[in-house]
Write a protein that binds this ligand. Structure first.
Ligand SMILES: *Cc1c(COP(=O)(O)O)cnc(C)c1O
Length: 431
């Protein structure tokens, strides 16, 4: 067992984290820190959070033994933590509920958020609809194009989606724009950040809300081993390795955090290697980045020699981010977690493989973790085990996959823009 107490009172994970914000935001950040410190251990707050997770999200999410896949790999048993079965289809909702509950208690009627794949935007719009909060979502114009079903979902839920035209028109630009909005509207606005990044207390707070994932696994895995009559080789009825994809790092921190003390369990984060780690078309901040400050915290970032953020690439919008949560930077440096890369092609192959072998359509983000599990399993024995965080379902990605596979799909670019007469919003025609 491992003694792990992070971050310190100022939000530092070793040399990472902290709070690098303009003076105009200091007050808002302090207000949030005070509110979180007050409610974090408040029994009434915790009870409401748990009730929301049970009745609105559908928790606990099951763990599933991917028996056919494990058999075909011929090595370790592969288990999937099914965050894809949550309401709204990913892990993001866990965190948005926690933060929206804080917004209500702080008396902030307006919520803003940034989004990449659109999953965090949908999760935020969902909880704002449920709580009657105004919702404005910033989204890179490039991502608006790549993820049109999620854009429409947010609108259906009553949110305003603002396409961001600056920079590379992706997630980092949306984050910048959301920060700007927050500076201008601190009095009535709560900023719901979607991952374990941003200034303190966000990385800690988002990790805490997401760690329900790993907490559930700690109690579910022993039952799973018992039902399969397996003796977990880790010795404490826990898997030998826990895997999760890393964009900003929230689904990974959510499943890693409760496992940090279980030092017989390897923690492996999978970054997007895009077109290859040795090209400059990837999003592998931890493996190819250097320490620097981005979006309010010190962490590994992809930057050039002048400190300018470099362009990133991944087939999955949710992993396409030039920074990473500061706690991952710390876990990497102390050697408690390892980080590896999976290319676009490997992720796509794993996507198709999981569809056909297990009847599960995974998010392209999660497909990165599945792809690495397939590689790793082959190097292990059948009495060993791997737990993969299935961060989300792939319905949002089927258009992307169809285009990349040159397959026929009802919403190819050629049919975009056609609308149904009388509908307020343009709806793509179903052929
Ligand atoms: C957003 C997203 C991710 C990446 O975000 P993290 O903060 O790294 O978890 C991964 N998977 C899915 C399904 C997502 O929606």
């Amino acid at each position: 067992m491992y003694d792990y107490q992070q971050p310190d009172a100022k939000g530092h994970f070793g040399i990472y984290g902290g709070s690098f914000v303009s003076e105009t935001l200091t007050h808002a950040i302090n207000e949030l820190k005070t509110a979180y410190a007050r409610y974090q251990h408040d029994p009434e707050f915790i009870a409401e959070f748990k009730s929301e997770l049970a009745h609105f999200v559908g928790r606990p999410s099951p763990i599933y033994h991917a028996a056919r896949m494990s058999r075909e790999m011929g090595g370790a048993q592969i288990f999937l933590k099914r965050e894809d079965l949550n309401h709204t289809g990913a892990h993001k909702i866990n965190n948005t509920i926690g933060q929206a509950m804080l917004a209500k208690r702080m008396g902030k009627p307006r919520v803003i958020a940034e989004t990449g794949a659109g999953q965090h935007g949908v999760a935020t719009a969902t909880i704002c609809a449920r709580y009657g909060l105004e919702c404005v979502v910033y989204m890179g114009a490039e991502d608006v194009k790549r993820q049109s079903p999620n854009v429409y979902r947010m609108k259906l839920l009553g949110a305003t989606v603002v396409p961001v035209e600056s920079g590379s028109k992706t997630l980092k630009d949306a984050l910048n724009e959301a920060m700007r909005d927050w500076v201008a509207n601190v009095d009535n606005t709560f900023y719901i950040i979607g991952t374990v990044a941003g200034p303190h207390p966000y990385p800690m707070m988002v990790r805490d809300f997401q760690s329900v994932i790993g907490e559930e696994c700690l109690t579910q895995m022993p039952d799973m081993f018992k039902s399969l009559k397996m003796d977990a080789t880790s010795g404490d009825m826990q898997p030998d390795a826990v895997l999760a994809c890393v964009g900003g790092g929230s689904n990974a921190m959510g499943i890693f955090y409760p496992y940090i003390a279980h030092d017989k369990t390897r923690l492996i984060g999978i970054e997007a290697a895009g077109e290859g780690m040795d090209t400059n078309k990837h999003s592998a901040s931890l493996q190819r980045g250097t320490p620097g400050v981005l979006h309010g915290n010190r962490t590994y970032i992809l930057q050039d020699e002048n400190g300018q953020i470099t362009e990133t690439h991944s087939v999955s919008a949710g992993l396409d981010y030039p920074g990473v949560g500061p706690e991952h930077a710390f876990l990497k440096d102390i050697g408690r977690a390892e980080y590896v890369g999976i290319t676009d092609k490997e992720a796509l192959d794993a996507f198709h493989y999981l569809c056909r072998t297990e009847g599960i359509i995974p998010a392209l983000e999660s497909s990165h973790a599945v792809a690495y599990a397939m590689k790793l399993a082959k190097t292990m024995r059948p009495d060993q085990s791997i737990l993969v965080n299935m961060s989300g379902r792939g319905d949002k990605d089927i258009g992307t996959v169809a285009d990349l596979s040159n397959a026929d799909f009802y919403c190819r670019p050629s049919c975009q823009g056609q609308s149904v007469k009388g509908a307020e919003q343009p709806i793509h025609l179903v052929k």
